[in-house]
Design a protein around this ligand. Structure first.
Ligand code: HEC
Ligand code: HEC
Length: 451
């Protein structure tokens, strides 16, 4: 039956692990299959598919929002609007007119976060390297600037976010369906949930108001966006075709395509077992095993539509402080700010964890500045924020007793295994205004070498 000596050798391989040259291959494949079995066991449909991200161009494979089917025309429009500083026409001071965009606080090179501890759009100046150098414009009063009391969330994998923002306050489905009585009550903006849309689509209607953006004849006719809106929204009548719902639907359609599907982890899931190193595979084993990360970070985007406190500091706690926020900022309550229910206090939505290597700041309060620090924080399992009662901290947040090698492997998995090196494929070469983006103030233009 065993015709060739080679087949015989293969059959005996497991017994030959001590033979130099065979060691690596055998060990790798055992690690691969162990990891696959674990993932299948932890997945909803007993399949590796549950962890796979569709390609950003595979519109049929990407979760769409209620009432907002994904089309090439909407995505093309959203891809411009997200970076178009000409939308920033409701700036408070004339010197800031048309100088900021969504991407001011969601910079692709900073994993679509702000690149600084806190994002500032209207009322900020400069860009530095990937957003790290933006500061307050001294011609503004502090309470006039557009800055929030939490770090901007990433746009990666938001197609898998049911209730958006750290508090999950937007969207009519998911956890919010159970608390319809608080919509619009403590946070008037969340009245929008009554439209029955999903998180992104509802939030971005409000978002263009918060961030002082709107369309006008200059944008539509002089710059030529009217044609793009016409193609994207033929079913919208009259001025509604160029209004806030249309802007939100285009922006939401675009950000739904921001999927880090070229990350080595994704390649490994698709069958390229060489895409991850052994250290990264060991890190993945820890993520989905001993370190317990999967209990909150799961699914294709490794995020979660649940709310937990892992005891981290707030933005007001950063050295030097933050703008327009304080220890009393209700945003520090997390989901409790939206629901005001005791059990939701200090709990934050579980964020995605791709491309975090590019994030200069971690957690809602930007309290950590490296991935290793984040892993060490979870490993120690000691809350850093004394304002949070112990009873509100998650039971899953406790000392993990990982060894130094395990901390290294887990960090390596996060930093390299979950890193898509080609996010530029999602960024337009230019926007119709031809403006420098994401920012167009003089200091930013100088910082980015736009002139
Ligand atoms: C001034 C900075 C700033 C600007 C400008 C900005 N954002 Fe954000 N964004 C944030 C912050 C901060 C958060 C998190 C706030 C929170 O949850 O409390 C956020 C969260 C989000 C989220 C939620 C993601 C999730 O996982 O829940 C989306 C979606 C989003 N922004 C899209 C946009 C779009 C689209 C625009 C342009 C219309 C925009 N943002 C402009 C700062 C900004
Ligand atoms: C109890 C649920 C839970 C567990 C377990 C958990 N996380 Fe998280 N993770 C969260 C939440 C919630 C946040 C956001 C916390 C905040 O900012 O207040 C977060 C934030 C993060 C961030 C920062 C992302 C960002 O945008 O700033 C990283 C990285 C991360 N977790 C990795 C891990 C790793 C690695 C593990 C396993 C060692 C892990 N998490 C275990 C819930 C969890």
């Amino acid at each position: 039956m065993y015709k060739s000596p080679l087949k015989l050798l293969l059959l005996l391989l497991p017994a030959l692990v001590v033979v130099p040259g065979c060691v690596r291959d055998t060990a790798v494949s055992a690690l691969d299959s162990e990891l696959e079995r674990t993932l299948i066991r932890l997945s909803v449909n007993s399949s590796l598919d549950d962890y796979m991200l569709p390609d950003g161009s595979n519109l049929a494979g990407i979760p769409a929002g209620i009432g907002n089917p994904l089309t090439e025309e909407k995505i093309a429009l959203g891809k411009m609007l997200f970076y178009e500083t000409a939308l920033g026409r409701d700036a408070i001071n004339p010197n800031q007119l048309r100088t900021f965009s969504c991407s001011t606080c969601h910079v692709p090179e900073a994993a679509f976060t702000s690149g600084s501890a806190q994002g500032i759009a209207d009322g900020g100046l400069g860009f530095g390297t990937f957003g790290s150098g933006r500061v307050m414009d001294q011609s503004y009063e502090e309470n006039q600037i557009d800055a929030q009391g939490a770090r901007p969330l990433s746009m990666l994998g938001v197609a898998y976010v049911t209730n958006s923002m750290w508090a999950g306050r937007f969207g009519s489905r998911g956890a919010n369906a159970e608390v319809a009585e608080v919509w619009g009550v403590h946070d008037p903006a969340t009245e929008i949930n009554h439209l029955g849309l999903d998180g992104l689509e509802s939030q971005n209607i409000e978002g263009t108001i918060t961030h002082r953006m709107s369309t006008d004849a200059y944008l539509l006719d002089t710059l030529g966006y009217r044609r793009m809106f016409n193609r994207a929204f033929p079913e919208f009548e009259g001025d509604a075709r160029y209004g806030r719902v249309a802007m939100s639907f285009a922006l939401s359609a675009y950000i739904r395509t921001l999927l880090p599907s070229n990350a080595p982890w994704q390649q490994w899931l698709r069958g390229d077992k060489e895409a991850l190193t052994d250290s990264q595979k060991n890190g993945a084993k820890l993520f989905f095993g001993k370190a317990g990360c999967y209990r909150c970070h799961n699914g294709p985007a490794l995020n979660g539509n649940t709310f937990h406190s892992v005891g981290v500091n707030d933005l007001c706690d950063i050295p030097g402080g933050a703008l327009r926020t304080s220890a009393d900022d209700p945003r520090n309550f997390g989901r409790g700010d939206f629901t005001r229910r005791a059990e939701d206090m200090f709990k934050f939505k579980v964020p995605q964890v791709y491309n975090t290597k590019d994030m200069p700041f971690f957690f809602h309060g930007s309290s950590k500045t490296s991935l290793r620090e984040v892993v060490e924080y979870f490993n120690a399992g000691i809350p850093e924020n004394d304002r949070i009662p112990a009873s509100n901290i998650s039971d899953f947040f406790h000392p993990l007793n990982l060894t130094d090698t395990e901390v290294n492997d887990l960090t390596d998995f996060l930093a390299e295994g979950l890193y898509d090196a080609d996010l530029q494929r999602f960024v337009p070469d230019t926007v119709l205004s031809g403006n420098c983006f994401p920012n167009n103030d003089a200091q930013s233009r100088a910082d980015m070498g736009c002139e």
